[in-house]
Design a binder for this molecule. Structure first.
Ligand SMILES: [Zn+2]
Length: 335
């Protein structure tokens, strides 16, 4: 039995047909966690869909109406890069409910993992990059509305920048004036020696949500709205450099901001064999990444809610392994 809950429903499945996004991954992860004995059935809790009221905490009424009535324009539909259907909308509402439930359990148990979610490319007024609505932002806003937290930090380790997250929470900053790009060595002496990722730090983040994104610079999205901290990684960096940058970003972020909830987007797509990624992390390196996030949060007593985000490995089984390893990492660190 795990010392935390896993949030999952068979209805997390996204009805998008044959697609680079392996929508069956959620069920395969669930099944493998059980078959391998990492989890038992009582570790799982089943979410209910978010209500429209929850979704409206983040998204515009006009956009929600378009999604619910199937009245997106052809261009808006194209931008989703997944085929629109009412069933798909229902799956996304359920995913948002799952992230809300994970946030709630994380506040009670220290950690909770939704075997889904992480749709960080959704904006208040539109969806893109396989993301209709932003489940993590909805969960944060719901926890805040319920008075359960005041502040949160997103730590986005998907290979693609969290553009929706940055845009949604940008409005909560008192100032969005960017500082000039600075080498991380000026902020932290443990700068990785071999790479020269660009760190962008933005002043006046004094809103209620601090956003960190580590991503490949030369990748989607072309336009990257500023997060509180963006680490623009060069192509093909490997485990050691990535972990050093993550360590830097976490220490720097947590020096500036004390979140009451950490929302970790554990994308599997920084993997070296990912079809939509261009970094060179190994499966072992990705597990160390997960461990680092959990260790840092545990040391500071910050609850962590996890969502899975992307994963498009050439071998589907690798994506399942990387996501299962996130659960194993949490178990090892939290026990
Ligand atoms: Zn991604």
């Amino acid at each position: 039995m795990l010392p935390f809950k896993l949030v999952y429903s068979d209805d997390y499945f996204l009805p998008i047909g044959s697609h680079v996004f392996p929508a069956e991954k959620y069920k395969c992860i669930h099944d493998r966690l059980l078959a391998s004995g990492i989890a038992v059935p009582s570790d799982f809790v089943v979410p209910r869909p978010a209500t429209d009221q929850d979704v409206l905490l983040v998204h515009t009424a006009q956009y929600v109406e378009k999604l619910k009535t199937g009245t997106l324009s052809a261009r808006e539909e194209l931008e989703l890069e997944v085929p629109y259907s009412p069933e798909l909308v229902r799956a996304f509402w359920l995913g948002a409910g799952g992230s809300m439930l994970a946030a709630d359990h994380a506040l009670n148990d220290g950690v909770a993992i939704s075997i889904g979610g992480g749709f960080h490319h959704a904006f208040p007024d539109h969806g893109e990059g396989f993301c209709l609505i932003h489940d993590v932002a909805i969960a944060i806003r719901r926890m805040q509305r319920d008075g359960k937290i005041r502040t949160a930090m997103t730590v986005d380790c998907d290979v693609h920048q969290g553009n929706g997250t940055a845009a949604i929470f940008a409005g909560t900053r008192t100032s969005s004036e960017p500082l000039p790009s600075v080498p991380a060595s000026t902020m932290n002496p443990s700068r990785p020696a071999k790479t020269s990722a660009k760190t962008k730090m933005h002043s006046g983040h004094a809103g209620d949500v601090f956003t960190i994104s580590l991503h490949q610079e030369n990748n989607y999205p072309a336009l990257k709205p500023p997060s509180s901290i963006d680490i623009d990684l060069p192509d093909a960096i490997g485990d050691d450099d990535y972990l050093a940058w993550l360590d830097n970003a976490l220490s720097s972020g947590l020096r500036q901001f004390q979140p009451e909830l950490l929302c970790y987007l554990a994308g599997a797509d920084p993997y070296r064999e990912d079809q939509l990624g261009g970094l060179s992390l190994t499966i072992e390196g990705l597990k160390k990444r997960d461990e680092l996030v959990f260790r840092v949060a545990k040391a500071r007593g910050i609850p962590v809610m996890v969502t899975l985000a992307g994963g498009y490995a050439l071998k589907f089984e690798d994506t399942v392994t990387i996501h299962c390893n996130t659960v194993i990492a949490a178990k090892e660190v939290m026990l």
